[in-house]
Design a protein around this ligand. Structure first.
Ligand SMILES: N[C@@H](CCC(=O)N[C@@H](CS)C(=O)NCC(=O)O)C(=O)O
Length: 130
């Protein structure tokens, strides 16, 4: 989600924000799941378009909001952006997801949570995730 907020700030995009997930909850409500069947944040609505997955959202925003500086059209320049996006998703994302789940469970007062692999993880808080 932070990636999307950062992208909006870089491109000076105005938006209306509604908080879901974590301590705010609501992201497993049927109404939210209709927008994003993963029950995760962020979800972005632009007109009739509903988007999820932050990298996809950032690419869309760059492509539609004059963001070539962030997402170059030139294929060679673009590889430098895409490899870091792919690296984040494949390498950094999974362990961060587990931290995020632990934090989310802890903020709900739960003693444990399930990470994306279905493994039960004790909610120890962010200190143990550093
Ligand atoms: N690959 C997804 C990951 C989304 C994700 O994991 N979001 C977390 C926030 S760290 C989430 O919604 N967790 C459930 C919750 O906060 O209740 C993306 O980049 O959009």
């Amino acid at each position: 989600m932070q990636k999307v907020l950062w992208c909006c700030a870089e491109l000076d995009i105005a938006y209306e924000r509604t908080d879901w997930g974590g301590p705010f909850g609501g992201n497993q409500d049927p109404e939210y799941l209709k927008l994003n069947p993963n029950g995760l944040v962020p979800t972005v609505i632009d007109g009739d378009l509903v988007m999820w997955e932050s990298n996809t959202i950032c690419r869309y925003l760059a492509a539609t909001r004059n963001g070539e500086r962030l997402y170059p059209k030139d294929p060679v320049s673009r590889t430098h952006v895409e490899r870091w996006m792919d690296w984040q998703l494949a390498v950094v994302g999974p362990p961060m997801d587990n931290c995020c789940s632990a934090w989310s469970a802890q903020s709900r007062g739960a003693r444990s949570c399930r990470d994306r692999s279905g493994t039960a993880t004790r909610a120890r808080g962010l200190d143990d995730c550093r």
